[in-house]
Design a protein around this ligand. Structure first.
Ligand code: FE2
Length: 162
């Protein structure tokens, strides 16, 4: 897929924990009915956990383990989300895997419902209405600018740089 000559030579992030037998975990795959940008925004702004995921992860610190967030645009308004949560403790604990699979699946479903509502709102609003960014959106805003610079550079053949 794509032109191999234009592929970046950036090293692939270390995800040894995805296949290392000393680690265990769960995976999920969801097709989100929203643009990939909204999934990026969602992962960059975890302040939504305190009100969207109150019945699931809330504000628990679950990010000290290996987490893979594979976000792949399918169309302009749909996105494949490949998710994996890995841990290097309680390896082989099937009951814990089942609990994690169920609870983290609920988290993804909460995000899916919310992001699809956002997508519908974006599609239904006049083009002149822009996003209103607040202080908590600083990370999201910066990431959007970096991504846009990379897309612009790719489009002009100038090469990508963050
Ligand atoms: Fe979320």
């Amino acid at each position: 897929m794509g032109d191999p000559a234009k592929a970046a030579d950036t090293p692939v992030p270390d995800t040894h924990w995805m296949t290392d037998p000393a680690w265990d975990g769960i995976t999920h795959t969801r097709l989100f009915g929203c643009r990939a940008e909204l999934l990026h925004d969602n992962l960059l702004d975890l302040t939504h956990e305190a009100f969207l995921h109150t019945s699931t992860i809330g504000d628990e610190a679950v990010y000290e383990n290996g987490v893979l967030n594979g976000i792949t645009p399918a169309t302009e308004t749909t996105t494949w989300y490949f998710y994996s949560f890995r841990r290097n403790f309680a390896v082989g604990d099937a009951a814990l895997n089942e609990l994690l699979h169920t609870s983290l699946g609920e988290v993804l479903d909460e995000d899916l419902v919310t992001l699809e509502l956002q997508e519908r709102m974006i599609a239904s609003r006049p083009e002149s209405v822009r996003d209103v960014l607040i202080a908590q959106d600083a990370g999201v805003s910066k990431a959007r600018r970096v991504l846009q610079r990379m897309l612009d550079a790719e489009a002009t053949g100038a090469g990508a740089s963050a």
